[in-house]
Design a protein around this ligand. Structure first.
Ligand SMILES: *Cc1c(COP(=O)(O)O)cnc(C)c1O
Length: 257
């Protein structure tokens, strides 16, 4: 009997092996395997270009990126989000000692219903955390207005929106900052990995994110804050660099399914 062909919803994409091997050879030569090495820095730069964002910081995975982004706000309180997301979104809020407040989603695109958002804002609201869903972009314009009106930052979970654009603008450039996930199951991946991107210059935020992912170590004798290990290693950065060259094909491949 013929074996049934299994149809996968997702299957990790891989670049041609011969494109990845030179990176491995380099790592065997230098033995600089992590701690913001050459591939890490190159990947950061290429990503900022591809996503059309001002700045990017890389992390070990998307969840840690989101947790540290929330932590960088330095405020505890309520964060308005939607339940229609991967568990990570709400967990990142709770693990920061904040309270998730769920806003309903709208029916057509499953993104946060901005018409229901204002009534959930209280004096304790410290952030709004909308999720772009299946490549559908949230109502970024209205979210921008609400953010300005109330002085509350909007942090996007953009794990489902890699490479998406809105009126020609990279989706990661909206709001206060956006988190992307490069998990092996996503359309673009670095095996495990994640990033926080910003649309406007914010050296203070970028400095803090770097410190948070690196135990606060900012120099030989300088530990600025209590951080954790959220760094992306060189093997992941190399995979990201290779996959970035094939992203258009990966997206087309998924459109076929
Ligand atoms: C994948 C995903 C995450 C978490 O990313 P990891 O890189 O797996 O930690 C967060 N939010 C959403 C919506 C996701 O799909």
């Amino acid at each position: 009997m013929k074996k049934k062909e299994e149809i996968y919803v997702t299957k990790s994409s891989l670049p041609p092996l011969e494109e990845f091997l030179p990176y491995l050879e380099k790592l065997w030569e230098t033995r600089l395997l992590t701690n913001m090495g050459e591939f890490h820095e190159q990947f950061k730069k290429e990503l900022s270009g591809f996503l059309s964002v001002e700045n990017t910081e890389l992390f070990v995975n998307g969840h840690v990126a989101l947790e540290l982004l929330i932590e960088s706000l330095g405020n505890k309180g309520e964060i308005i989000t939607t339940p229609f997301s991967f568990a990570s979104t709400t967990h990142a809020i709770v693990r920061n000692g904040c309270t998730p407040v769920f806003c309903d989603i709208e029916e057509d695109f499953y993104t946060i219903d901005v018409k229901k958002l204002r009534s959930l804002i209280t004096k304790d609201t410290v952030a709004i955390l909308p999720v772009h869903v299946y490549g559908h972009i949230c109502d970024v314009e209205e979210l921008d207005r609400i953010s300005k009106e109330y002085g509350i930052p909007v942090l996007y979970d953009a794990a489902h929106a890699f490479g998406e654009r809105y009126h020609g603008r990279g989706v990661g450039s909206f709001g206060y900052a956006s988190m992307f996930s490069f998990h092996a199951t996503k359309v673009f991946h670095s095996i495990e990995g994640g990033a926080v991107c910003i649309g406007e210059k914010n050296p203070e935020l970028m400095h803090k994110l770097y410190a948070l992912k690196n135990f606060g170590i900012m120099g030989q004798e300088s530990v600025e804050l209590v951080g954790c290990n959220g760094k992306m290693n060189e093997f992941s950065a190399a995979m990201g660099l290779c996959n970035l060259r094939h992203i258009e094909d990966y997206i087309k491949e998924r459109e076929k399914r």
